[in-house]
Ligand binder design. Structure first.
Ligand code: ADP
Ligand code: ADP
Length: 226
């Protein structure tokens, strides 16, 4: 189980730019929260602070009631999936997915079981021996998801994971991600600038503008508001 509490979180970059202002948010366990807003409004910065990839300038971040401001990314039990996949080009799909587990010294048998199971969920079982360059964009994004799934994190962070895909695949992957969320029963936090994407996937939507949260509501309420 993994709920998150963001208490009055702020981010000022080294150049003085105040990218995120007084962010207050309670995210319940197993929620699918979408951060939406125009480019530059502070979505990625917020996500990266949750992941521990960016230092929090001020405020407090709790995961399951534990203050994690100073906890390293690898000890936060969080997985992040990026827009550009970030796969290792010289490794096979299997090894890409296995990489994090090998670092944790998991046994070969257990690694094989976890990777095979995740590949089944994502429908990429036939691709395990290929290299990333032999895959389509959608397949690469599945591998990136697979690499996150095998670690069984408490929280999934996704930063525009579908924006490099063509329109048709994007629509398909949206519904697959909704299914994946139900199946994994974990907390998802998803960043997008695409309003349609926000409306069709999340259980709760956080609208940001200029580093400030404008509105927090379920998709129906947002849709009904002017
Ligand atoms: P979004 O994800 O909503 O597009 P970001 O969180 O990436 O927005 O960026 C928020 C704002 O912070 C933008 O104006 C961006 O230019 C600025 N920003 C991002 N990274 C840095 C940085 N390392 N130094 C200074 N400003 C930055
Ligand atoms: P090493 O880390 O010793 O070089 P590999 O990375 O080649 O070993 O493989 C690690 C384990 O994962 C081995 O047990 C291997 O059988 C298994 N493995 C590698 N590729 C696949 C695959 N495509 N499907 C199933 N199991 C695989």
């Amino acid at each position: 189980m993994a709920g998150l509490t963001l208490k009055n979180i702020n981010k000022s970059y080294a150049n003085g730019f105040h990218a995120v202002k007084n962010l207050d948010l309670d995210i319940k366990d197993k929620e699918f929260v979408i951060l939406v807003g125009p480019s530059g409004c502070g979505k990625s910065t917020s996500l990266r602070m949750i992941a521990g990839l960016e230092e929090i300038s001020d405020g407090e971040l709790y995961i399951d009631d534990k203050l994690v401001n100073d906890i390293e990314p690898k000890d936060r039990d969080i997985a992040m999936v990026f827009q550009n996949y970030a796969l290792y080009p010289h490794m096979t799909v299997f090894d890409n997915m296995a990489f994090g587990l090998k670092l944790r010294k998991m046994s070969k048998d257990d690694i094989k079981e976890k990777v095979t199971e995740a590949a089944k969920i994502l429908n990429i079982e036939d691709l395990l021996n290929r290299k990333p360059k032999e895959l389509s964009g959608g397949q690469r994004q599945r591998v990136a998801l697979g690499r996150a799934i095998v670690r069984e994190p408490k929280v999934f962070l996704m930063d525009e994971p579908l924006s490099n895909l063509d329109a048709k695949l994007r629509v398909q992957m949206r519904s697959e991600l909704s299914k994946l969320h139900k199946r994994l029963q974990t907390t998802f936090i998803y960043v997008t600038h695409d309003q349609t994407e926000a409306m069709t996937m999340g259980t709760r939507i956080v609208v940001m503008k200029d580093g400030i949260v404008q509105q927090v509501a379920d998709p129906q309420t947002i849709y009904a508001s002017p």
